[in-house]
Write a protein that binds this ligand. Structure first.
Ligand SMILES: NC(=O)c1ccc[n+]([C@@H]2O[C@H](COP(=O)([O-])OP(=O)(O)OC[C@H]3O[C@@H](n4cnc5c(N)ncnc54)[C@H](OP(=O)(O)O)[C@@H]3O)[C@@H](O)[C@H]2O)c1
Length: 288
């Protein structure tokens, strides 16, 4: 019988890559999505309607899955939904969980997001289910999600990150690492920090954007309060804002600049650079 691999957050930055790359590798993939209307790009896989806040959908999705790639959204009840998922996984007889965590989960205890991911990791450790933890740094693709619009419309992006250098990673590389881990043995009980091969400040990213896009793109270093107000204006809950700002503060202080060899070690390929990322997605930033 072919093993079934369930991927949650399948329409997300990382989950989407994991689904596509697993399917391309011939794996039997079950993609958990909130709405099939958002799953157009996910072909050749089983789609299952799934909402972390509706336990009956969690149960149905986990039933019969051998392995789970557990990507949870950045929401205030992240710890609860992970705890429920782990309980359901245990009952369903899931054999291995790969949890999408965050860099610093075990080394930045003062950071709320790290604390929350570490709590989720501990629930998995305590469950007795075999696991691998993915602890990536911030994604290249955040510059599409969070700053793509202003880069396109104002040739600028606004973040409270000072001149902190960050070893960003591309979600396509995280997907490739996931495929290796989910289809090979030898990664049980391990935690992998996942970064790119360069640590860059946002001023350096602006230079790369400018060179690749052929027009001046400016990084505007904003105060933390301005970032907080902008997130409040779009209706983000306070805890979610604190999760993001805590990460930004640690990144500004330089705590997220270390480099990990994991992408190359596990995939045999050098990590995708930020310059390559901008080339590959240039039309997102130009609108053409
Ligand atoms: N972004 C980063 O740089 C970064 C770095 C390290 C770790 N992480 C971790 O990666 C995870 C994903 O973060 P992200 O911001 O990058 O997310 P994302 O790509 O936007 O993905 C979130 C996914 O969760 C789904 N989702 C949201 N609410 C759901 C619910 N109630 N039930 C089921 N699915 C739901 C979304 O589905 P819809 O398409 O329906 O909205 C989407 O597929 C978080 O745990 C974060 O801490 C992120």
């Amino acid at each position: 019988m072919t093993n079934t691999i369930l991927v949650t957050g399948a329409t997300g930055n990382v989950g989407g890559q994991v689904v596509k790359q697993l399917a391309a590798a011939g794996a039997n993939v079950r993609a958990a999505v909130r709405s099939t209307s958002r799953a157009e790009g996910l072909t050749g896989v089983e789609l299952v309607e799934f909402d972390f806040n509706k336990p009956e959908t969690v149960q149905a999705a986990f039933e019969g899955a051998d392995k789970v790639f557990l990507a949870t959204p950045l929401v205030p009840n992240m710890v609860e939904i992970e705890a429920t998922s782990v309980e359901v996984a245990k009952k369903a007889g899931v054999k291995h969980i790969v949890k999408l965590s965050v860099m610093g989960a075990d080394s930045q205890p003062e950071m709320i997001l790290a604390q929350m991911h570490r709590e989720g990791e501990k629930k998995i450790e305590d469950s007795g289910i075999s696991y691998t933890f993915f602890r990536p740094n911030s994604f290249h693709q955040n510059y599409i999600t969070y700053t793509g619009n202003t880069i396109k419309s104002q040739n600028a992006f606004y973040l409270p990150l000072g001149d902190g250098k960050i070893s960003f990673v591309d979600t396509r590389d995280i997907g490739a690492v996931a495929v290796a881990i989910l289809t090979q043995s030898g990664h049980e009980g391990k935690a992998y920090e996942i970064t790119g091969s360069e640590a860059l400040s946002n001023a350096q990213l602006a230079e790369i954007f400018s060179t690749v896009l052929g027009r001046q793109i400016n990084y505007i270093d904003i105060p933390e309060d301005s970032a907080r107000n902008a997130m409040k204006e779009i209706g983000m809950p306070d805890l979610q804002i604190d999760m993001v700002l805590g990460l930004y503060a640690a990144q500004k202080a330089g705590a997220y600049s270390s480099l990990s060899p994991v992408v190359e070690q596990i995939t045999g390929k050098k990590p995708i650079t930020f310059e390559q990322f901008v080339r590959d997605y240039a039309q997102v930033f130009t609108g053409s």
